[in-house]
Design a protein around this ligand. Structure first.
Ligand code: GLA
Length: 498
């Protein structure tokens, strides 16, 4: 008889009331819950270290009898990809057991009845958000940022020594001089906060200031990573409740670039207004902290392109904003983003850029021709070029892909216009990008799995009958009427001057 469980008449297992979890899986780390039955019906709140207080959605009794009756509910963490998965609460004799699955983490946790003091001790703090205000430009990123980031290759297996070796490799390989100057530590550097709230790096990064000095001494810049939520995506400390303090800490270390990743913040910032407000809060904090040390900080927004971020990224002080979810090292993933999900083109321009995610070039999941398409598309889009490979050991062809000065010049063109497809036919695409000197970059892309013959229709592109044309991968001039055999999944990248 459904419902009996809650009143406890029949089975003696009334699950309404306050509960504290003894221990819970580290994601999303449920800490307590409050279940009520009143005139409004059955309802409850479950608190998580990642997402704060979450309503227990569709909370109801299912099953029958002392062994079968239990409560089910689901949560919404604000991420459209997380399907509402049921969580189950069943009496276990002493208390209650929660089971189910939240995203990739199996849940199994027991809770006991809690006193008011125990509940209060686990209250999830909330902080006021700033009223909308324009964050002044930091004057940086007049062309798309270029550098390296640890995530795509190393994920959490990143440390001080590797970052130093990468810095050395950028110098040695000539890639620093080609423009790749930001050395960005992504998720996984964070340790614990001290009693004063100051966030310290973990044991893999013994001295961030010394690391910044090392990087700076090589003519490079150092980037770091955090989240507006309490937890970063990999579960490290985020900047929730410590925004200004963290910005000051990084500025004192000599940090030059912050990637600010929504992560667990999506649990409670899931409206356009709140997401914009938390990004504005850090934007203003970075401007203030950078002004105090005289070292302005590039601000990279990572909220996966939600809420039309390009329309307001600049207003919150952003220099680049992710337009998509995460890239993977496969042609399918790269092509889906590069050809079709590159944000709203007119949002891009000097000081603020659509960011289709970091490069996978050199990580092994694509052919050389596919990686050539990857970097050519990113250059055509005026995308940030953040290498994502192990720069310490680069085969010659990887170096040639990343270090092609003529292709980098397209990416870094001072006009800052995002290129666009102008013709799509039979799996081929012709893209153009106008450049500051009046010339035009033209990409002949072949998305099919066999070679295709392609030509550019110069008059239709506004370049007259016989422009002067250079092939930027072959490093030579080509006759304007040439028919190009574009390899499967490949590209021919041209620069044409009328
Ligand atoms: C998110 C971001 C990635 C990376 C990871 C780190 O998934 O989109 O680029 O920063 O977090 O945990």
């Amino acid at each position: 008889m459904a419902g009996v469980l809650l009143t406890g008449q029949a089975w003696g297992a009334d699950l309404t009331g306050d509960w504290v979890f003894q221990a819970a899986p580290s994601f999303p780390c449920f800490t307590k819950m409050a279940i009520r039955q009143d005139a409004a019906g059955l309802h409850g709140t479950i608190t998580s270290e990642w997402y704060g207080d979450l309503p227990m959605l569709d909370l109801k009794v299912v099953g029958e009898g002392p062994a079968g009756e239990r409560l089910v509910f689901h949560i919404d963490n604000g991420n459209p990809k997380l399907k509402p998965l049921d969580l189950t609460l069943a009496p276990n004799g002493q208390g209650v057991t929660l089971t189910g699955q939240v995203w990739y983490e199996k849940q199994e946790a027991t809770a006991h009845r809690a006193t008011a003091a125990e509940m209060a001790a686990l209250d999830f703090p909330t902080y006021p958000l700033p009223a909308p205000a324009h964050v002044p430009s930091n004057g940086l990123a007049r062309t798309p940022p270029m550098g390296w980031s640890s995530w795509n290759k190393f994920a959490e297996a990143i440390d001080d020594k590797t970052v130093r070796e990468i810095a050395d490799a950028l110098v040695r390989s000539g890639l620093r001089d080609a423009g790749y100057v930001y050395v960005n530590i992504d998720d996984g550097w964070q340790g614990e906060r001290g009693p004063d709230g100051v966030l310290h790096p973990n044991a893999k990064f013994p001295d961030m200031k010394a690391l910044a000095d090392y990087v700076h001494a090589r003519g490079l810049k150092l980037g770091i990573y955090s989240s507006p939520g309490p937890k970063s995506c990999a579960g490290y400390a985020g900047s929730y409740g410590h925004v200004e303090q963290d910005a000051r800490t990084w500025a004192e270390w000599g940090i030059d670039y912050l990637k600010y990743d929504l992560c667990s913040g999506e649990g409670f910032y899931h409206t356009a207004e709140t997401v914009q407000a938390v990004y504005q809060q850090m934007g203003a904090a970075l401007v203030a902290a950078g002004a105090a040390t005289g070292r302005p900080i590039v601000y990279s927004l990572c909220e996966y392109g939600r809420f039309d971020v390009g329309a307001w990224g600049r207003d919150v002080g952003g220099n680049l904003w992710r337009t998509t979810g995460d890239i993977e090292d496969s042609y399918a993933s790269m092509a889906a983003i590069g050809f079709d999900k590159n944000g709203v083109p007119h949002h891009t321009g000097p000081g603020g850029w659509n960011d289709p995610d970091m490069l996978e070039v050199g990580n092994g999941g694509m052919t050389t021709e596919e990686y050539r398409t990857h970097i050519s598309l990113w250059a055509m889009m005026a995308a940030p070029l953040l290498m994502g490979n192990d720069a310490r050991s680069m085969p010659r062809d990887t170096l040639a892909l990343l270090g092609n000065a003529e292709v980098i010049a397209i990416d870094q063109d001072p006009l800052g216009r995002q290129g666009l497809p102008v013709r799509k036919q039979d799996g081929t695409e012709v893209w153009t990008r106008p450049l500051a000197d009046g010339s035009v970059a033209v990409g002949l892309f072949n998305r099919t799995d066999k070679p295709m013959a392609m030509t550019a229709d110069w008059p239709a592109l506004g370049l007259g009958d016989h422009p002067s044309v250079r092939d930027l991968w072959a490093h030579r001039g080509v006759v304007s009427g040439a028919v190009h055999t574009v390899p499967a999944h490949g590209v021919v990248l041209l620069r044409a001057t009328r």
